[in-house]
Write a protein that binds this ligand. Structure first.
Ligand SMILES: Nc1ncnc2c1ncn2[C@@H]1O[C@H](COP(=O)(O)OP(=O)(O)OP(=O)(O)O)[C@@H](O)[C@H]1O
Ligand SMILES: [Mg+2]
Length: 461
């Protein structure tokens, strides 16, 4: 492979020299520029594989160089050298399209890591987009734009915040950003911030040393370190307790963590992605989320559209999901008939793609034969445009979801109640993954009684 080259832009000769020496020791060719004008010239003549630029230059601001390169040579990553602690600069550089930043005084290890990550990009550009099409299905304009945005963001190290309704595909997006970036070979570590008990959170994220608290019988590596050279995905980040938010902010700013009970900090090397279905800005306004942390993790934000805004994608999604489920169960591919597709397209999907998935999984389990029809689908709310939540239904909702009104139930109480029973039992079965013992326990009835009801309702297989 041809020697890769780096352009160093700084008006201080000492810093230029330090950078050039370090880079040549990494086997790279270096070029230097002391002003913006020289830098622009060098970019066009050398077309380096990476550009490192200082912020303040005699003839202008490093950010305008970032913008220039973004516009004219978008394939060249640019990293910004910032004064220590100048968060604002770092963030505006990232927003302008810088790949990453490094603060002064420059730590050589950090510099080396940054450079190798950036140069990895060149190697990765040949990667196909097949994974993107397979994992993020849809041809709505909003989804096509999202795919493009993912491709672009994958090339940067900027923290990205992903927001969207529950089940809309936030984690899918996070994984794709990781898989299409220079850290793809490294780990992708997802943490659900809402699921870790607050008292364990610090040790989970940062690790602990043996004996630092009761129960800490061994050293433990935290998730930040587990994600080293890869990506740390903080899911449901709005659920972080305020005390942890302070510590997280520090970890991000210092690019270092201190395990519980340890005396020294350890440098970290992660790309940070986060997500929540909540409105993070509103959480800040309500005092539940720190403004400074918001500012740091939300450098670039990505919105995942909800499914009802792109209902035309439902047929393709449904077919792909049915295929996926059948393949995972080792069964023959089932079909969705027209009635099923029509019914799905008339629904509002408060629970988005995840709800569609659950619905199809249940339909496949309950349908006899290899074709799913409208009758096999159970909707949580039938009113188009309705906003019912996808969570557990009340009995009356369950009855109505089968198309009953209360008036119709008069005079046919048996049928009405049976429908309610059928919906609730199917829900419970699905929740227990068709384990009948667990289902009976969940419903508070005996196994025998469950078996009887399944037979009576025609739900047994
Ligand atoms: N565009 C899509 N194409 C294919 N599958 C998708 C798409 N969007 C979401 N999915 C699937 O839907 C399910 C839910 O997606 P994901 O977990 O990413 O959603 P989420 O927004 O993180 O949800 P939650 O808020 O519940 O955590 C996953 O199984 C995922 O594979
Ligand atoms: Mg999620």
């Amino acid at each position: 492979m041809a020697t890769q080259s780096v352009l160093v832009v700084d008006d201080e000769p000492d810093i230029r020299e330090l950078l050039e020496i370090t880079l040549s020791r990494m086997g790279l060719a270096t070029h230097a520029a002391a002003t913006l004008a020289q830098a622009r010239d060098a970019v066009s003549t050398v077309q380096p594989n990476l550009c490192l630029t200082d912020m303040r230059l005699p003839d202008g601001n490093g950010i305008s160089l970032v913008e220039y390169i973004q516009r004219e040579y978008p394939q060249i990553p640019v990293a910004m050298i910032t004064a220590h602690g100048s968060v604002e600069t770092a963030i505006s550089a990232l927003k302008a399209g810088a790949f990453d930043f490094i603060s002064k005084p420059i730590e050589l290890d950090t510099l080396r890591r940054l450079v190798s990550t950036a140069l990895q990009l060149d190697v990765d550009t040949g990667r196909t987009d097949r994974a993107m099409d397979r994992d993020l299905i849809g041809s709505a304009p909003s989804i096509c734009a999202l795919r493009q945005q993912i491709g672009k963001l994958a090339r940067s190290q900027a923290p990205v915040h992903i927001h969207g309704e529950s089940g809309s595909g936030k984690e899918v997006v996070a994984r794709l950003i990781h898989q299409h970036g220079p850290r793809a070979e490294g780990p992708f570590v997802a943490v659900n911030c809402g699921a870790i008990p607050p008292e364990l959170m610090e040790s989970e994220l940062f690790g602990h040393v043996r004996g630092s608290f009761t129960g800490a019988s061994q050293d433990k590596v935290g998730l930040f370190q587990a994600a080293a050279a890869g990506t740390l995905f903080l899911d449901e980040v709005a659920d972080l307790p305020l005390a942890m938010q302070v510590k997280l902010l520090r970890a991000i700013q210092e690019k270092a963590v201190r395990p519980v009970g340890a005396s020294a900090e350890q440098p970290t090397d992660v790309r940070l992605l986060s997500a929540t279905h909540k409105n993070l800005a509103a959480e800040v306004d309500a005092g539940r989320f720190r403004n400074d942390l918001y500012y740091r993790i939300n450098v670039i934000d990505v919105h995942v559209p909800n499914l009802r805004e792109r209902i035309d994608d439902v047929p393709a999604l449904a077919k792909a999901i049915v295929q996926r489920i059948c393949a995972s169960q080792g069964s023959d591919a089932a079909q969705l008939d027209d009635s099923a597709i029509d019914a799905l397209c008339g629904y509002t999907f408060p629970g988005n793609v995840r709800e569609l998935e659950n619905m199809l999984e249940r339909a496949l389990a309950l349908s006899d034969g290899n074709t799913v029809s409208a009758g096999d689908l159970q909707f949580a709310s039938s009113a188009p445009g309705g906003t019912q939540s996808a969570t557990r239904k009340t009995p009356v909702d369950a009855g109505r979801s089968r198309g009953w009104s209360t008036a119709e139930a008069y005079g046919n109480l048996e049928g009405y109640l049976e429908d309610i029973e059928r919906t609730i039992i199917s829900d419970a079965l699905q929740e227990c993954r068709w384990n009948k013992t667990a289902t009976a326990r969940l419903l508070g009835i005996s196994f025998r009684s469950l078996r009887y009801r399944l037979q009576k309702l025609g739900l047994d297989d």
